[in-house]
Design a binder for this molecule. Structure first.
Ligand SMILES: NC(=O)c1ccc[n+]([C@@H]2O[C@H](COP(=O)([O-])OP(=O)(O)OC[C@H]3O[C@@H](n4cnc5c(N)ncnc54)[C@H](OP(=O)(O)O)[C@@H]3O)[C@@H](O)[C@H]2O)c1
Length: 318
């Protein structure tokens, strides 16, 4: 297993992380636990969850899966999304952060979180208020590192400046969506992260499964995320995304490798990326992601695949 430094922090993360968004909903507990153990046995050390995944069930399952193995893991969870109907049951106020962390610790069955990530930017809370609350959690030993998710480059740069000015814990990471069909982070976010030493945990590296090639012709196979899910189909099975998936499939065929391996390796080839958080419905699926780590695309192949995907997107009108 390859490990990378998470930004300028001293923390080492495996290049592959376990995504648990569907654990406790689509993926039942015994399967989820098998996937987590399979990952840990292969040297994966990052498990990514959130307080809201499966209404908290994902955190509970992760906690149970880690019994006896907790100290080897970089356990990452998140706060921000609504956890109740009240006006303070959401967001990044000190009030909600302090309540949410206790609830996550209880569900996870642990007394510390390795990486506590703010799930979104909250324009209604002064960034100082959030950073001071997170800093307090680090001082209390409840959280070891702090990160953000879905923040823009300017928001991160601003927050880092505030942390420095006030002597508070800095964000060590950001978690953006990044894959061959969504390359926006390359424009501002990744240069910002490389310059300021912020680690990147990529989510949706295979575009929710679209880049595995299983949605060929826009058809969602039974059991897949897109099956009987019109809103997901409308959002993800666009002509542009399907054209890119087709380009990945052709490129992968030329290499004699599955498209998933090629798509995942393309993400990992970006120097800003610390780890790719992949979701899996079964140990068999996760095994395919692990197989991607057995080889790497060359720089020329990365460039050629980028061009092929761009050309396919262009032809599809996007
Ligand atoms: N910070 C955020 O806002 C945010 C947002 C989204 C996700 N995340 C994190 O990132 C993780 C991954 O996100 P994601 O699930 O959207 O991304 P993904 O890794 O791009 O897609 C995972 C999905 O692809 C399908 N798949 C995986 N391996 C496959 C294989 N070998 N063959 C065929 N299909 C395969 C599975 O769906 P099916 O089997 O159902 O088709 C699986 O759930 C989440 O679990 C979560 O931890 C964070």
């Amino acid at each position: 297993m390859e490990y990378r430094r998470l930004g300028r922090s001293g923390l080492k993360v495996s290049v592959l992380s376990v995504g648990t968004m569907t654990f406790g909903e689509k993926v039942e507990e015994p399967t989820a636990i098998r996937i987590i153990h399979q990952a840990l046995d292969a040297g994966v050390n990052v498990i990514d969850t959130a307080d809201v995944y499966a209404g908290g069930e994902s955190e509970r399952i992760v906690g149970r899966a880690l019994e006896g193995r907790r100290d080897k893991v970089v356990l990452a969870t998140k706060v921000y999304m609504p956890t109740g109907p009240g006006p303070n049951d959401r967001g990044l106020s000190r009030h909600h952060v302090m309540q949410a962390v206790e609830a996550s610790l209880r569900r996870l069955g642990t007394d510390y979180i390795d990486l506590y990530q703010v799930h979104r930017f909250d324009p209604e809370v002064p960034v100082e208020e959030t950073l001071r609350a997170l800093d307090d959690l680090v001082r209390q030993g409840k959280v070891r590192y702090i990160g953000c998710s879905n923040w823009a480059a300017w928001q991160i740069a601003w927050a880092l400046g505030v942390s420095e000015r006030l002597g508070l814990e800095p964000f060590v990471s950001v978690q953006p969506r990044y894959n061959l069909a969504h390359r926006e982070p390359e424009r501002e976010l990744f240069p910002c992260c490389l310059q300021l030493g912020v680690g990147v945990l990529v989510y949706s590296p295979i575009a929710g499964g679209v880049l595995t090639g299983k949605y060929r012709g826009g058809e969602a196979p039974p059991g897949s995320r897109g099956y009987q899910n019109p809103s997901w189909q409308q959002l993800r099975l666009t002509p542009r995304n399907l054209a890119i998936a087709g380009a990945v499939e052709r490129f992968a065929a030329g290499l004699g490798r599955p498209p998933l391996e090629v798509a995942l390796n393309w993400v990992l080839a970006n120097p800003a990326v610390s780890t790719a958080i992949v979701g899996s419905s079964s140990p068999e699926q996760f095994a395919q992601s692990l197989a991607a780590l057995e080889w790497r695309l060359t720089d020329e192949q990365v460039a050629a695949l980028s061009r092929a995907a761009e050309a396919a997107a262009g032809e599809a009108g996007g």
